[in-house]
Design a binder for this molecule. Structure first.
Ligand code: PEP
Length: 251
């Protein structure tokens, strides 16, 4: 069974209400997959913009996602957002363990796994991010770091229908330095083997690449056998660029 592709736009902490509405409408209007096309597209705006972006996407083929969630369903967690609430307001996906969360908010693999478990319990599809730093790559530790992150961050109950893994080398995020196709192929091959070792349907999990994906490099990255889509930061803030990446995934 072939895996449906997924292109996810991570807007990070960018956009005001009017820009967000306009961008979401432009992307929704430009993404008109042919009947039977199995490519998925999701936009992950900042939390306060989720409802407005959800309204702008209503009736389109573009889904809504959160950028993070808390591990608990509710409680005294000022400033946090639960997976349950994300689902309640129309999200289908949530990103967890983005390297900016791991680094700037000190999130461990155990924290990321707890968030992913909350996402699954809420009926969301978790996009779990993993990736090595430049120092780890230069020390020859990429494979062991990725294995540790997969073992520690992906819940035992995760399955291909509910869980997506995004490989995002930290040194390639927002830097314009895209990993080579050989580096991506090697990393994704290792991730696939690790998921297959840990999960009965590990061979069916969708694996995304993220890190300076742009229209001019999307085609060759998305053509790699174990790359099922992309997690896109900067280029998701421009409708034309994002839609070109979506088109590259459709082939
Ligand atoms: C990201 O935010 O996950 C990302 C990959 O960003 P960029 O595409 O800007 O490198």
């Amino acid at each position: 069974m072939t895996r449906p592709s997924l292109i996810a736009g991570n807007w990070k902490m960018n956009g005001m209400l009017a820009d967000a509405r306009a961008l979401a409408k432009a992307i929704a209007g430009g993404h008109r997959p042919a009947a039977g096309n199995r490519s998925d597209v999701v936009l992950c705006p900042p939390a306060p913009l989720l409802l407005a972006v959800g309204e702008a996407l209503a009736g389109s083929a573009v889904a809504l996602g959160g950028q993070d969630c808390h591990a608990k369903p509710s409680g005294a967690f000022t400033g946090d957002v639960s997976a349950r609430l994300l689902a309640d307001i129309g999200c289908r996906y949530v990103i967890v363990g983005h390297s900016e969360r791991r680094t700037l908010h000190g999130e461990s693999d155990a924290t990321v796994r707890a968030k992913a478990e909350a996402a699954l319990a809420a009926g969301l599809i978790a996009i779990i991010c993993v990736g090595e730093t430049l120092a780890e790559r230069e020390a020859g530790a990429t494979a062991s770091v990725l294995e540790r992150q997969i073992d520690g961050s992906v819940p035992a109950a995760a399955a291909a229908a509910t869980t997506v893994v995004a490989y995002e080398p930290v040194w390639a995020i927002g830097t314009g330095k895209v990993a080579t196709t050989a580096q991506v192929a090697e990393a994704h091959g290792g991730l696939r083997r690790r998921l297959a070792r840990n999960h009965a349907d590990g061979g069916e999990f969708r694996l995304l690449y993220g890190g300076s994906v742009k229209p001019d490099n999307a085609g060759e990255l998305l053509a790699l056998p174990d790359v099922d889509g992309a997690l896109v930061g900067g280029a998701s803030l421009d409708a034309g660029q994002f839609l070109a990446i979506v088109a590259a995934a459709r082939g």
